[in-house]
Design a protein around this ligand. Structure first.
Ligand SMILES: [Ca+2]
Ligand SMILES: [Ca+2]
Length: 187
């Protein structure tokens, strides 16, 4: 597709529409946001992404969480996002159906991408979520406690490693688990 230096034309938009759940109009808006983040360049660097993402959170520090998000967006691992990666990433992140939510959350937690969530990976992501939400409390204790509880719940066979299958069936059995994993109060 090449890099855009100007607004994507109708042909590009039609192609992009097929890759995500966004409408034509939403893609245009997202492209403007993308340009704001990149400073008008055709790719967004890790640093620009983290800075831009953090700006949207007034209450807490979202930088650590943004690193995890960046990793799930940067599918070719070249440390920068083109508009297609940005769009597909946002589309996966904002998907509302349970299978997509499970898949995306698993990727966030599996920081080294080896297909398993270690306790350390879970702890690190929970820490980043709590910081992002700006929760004022004894953060280390909260992180330890949440990690302990959640890890025990999702590590079904208790082998100190959480596979995608374990993660998926835990969440399917208990729908409030996904809220807890995203540090949202269960509704
Ligand atoms: Ca990339
Ligand atoms: Ca892992």
């Amino acid at each position: 597709m090449g890099n855009f230096s100007t607004r994507p034309g109708p042909k590009n938009i039609a192609e992009l529409e097929k890759l995500c759940n966004f409408s034509r109009e939403e893609i245009q808006v997202l492209y403007d946001n993308f340009l704001k983040m990149s400073g008008g360049r055709s790719t967004v660097s890790r640093r620009d992404f983290i800075k831009g993402y953090n700006k949207t959170f007034s209450s807490g520090d979202a930088r650590k969480f943004a690193e995890n998000v960046f990793r799930t967006f940067d599918t070719d691992g070249n440390e920068s996002l083109d508009f297609r990666e940005f769009l597909v990433g946002l589309s996966c992140k904002s998907a509302e159906d349970l299978p997509s939510k499970i898949e995306w959350s698993f990727k966030v937690y599996d920081r080294n991408g080896d297909g398993y969530i270690s306790r350390q990976e879970m702890k690190s992501v929970i820490h980043s979520i709590i910081r992002m939400n700006g929760i004022e409390c004894n953060i280390q204790d909260t992180v330890n406690k949440l990690t302990q509880d959640l890890y025990q719940t999702v590590d079904l066979n208790n082998d100190k490693s959480v596979s995608f299958e374990e993660f998926k069936s835990s969440v399917e059995q208990n729908s409030t688990l996904l809220d807890l994993l995203q540090a949202r109060p269960p509704h």
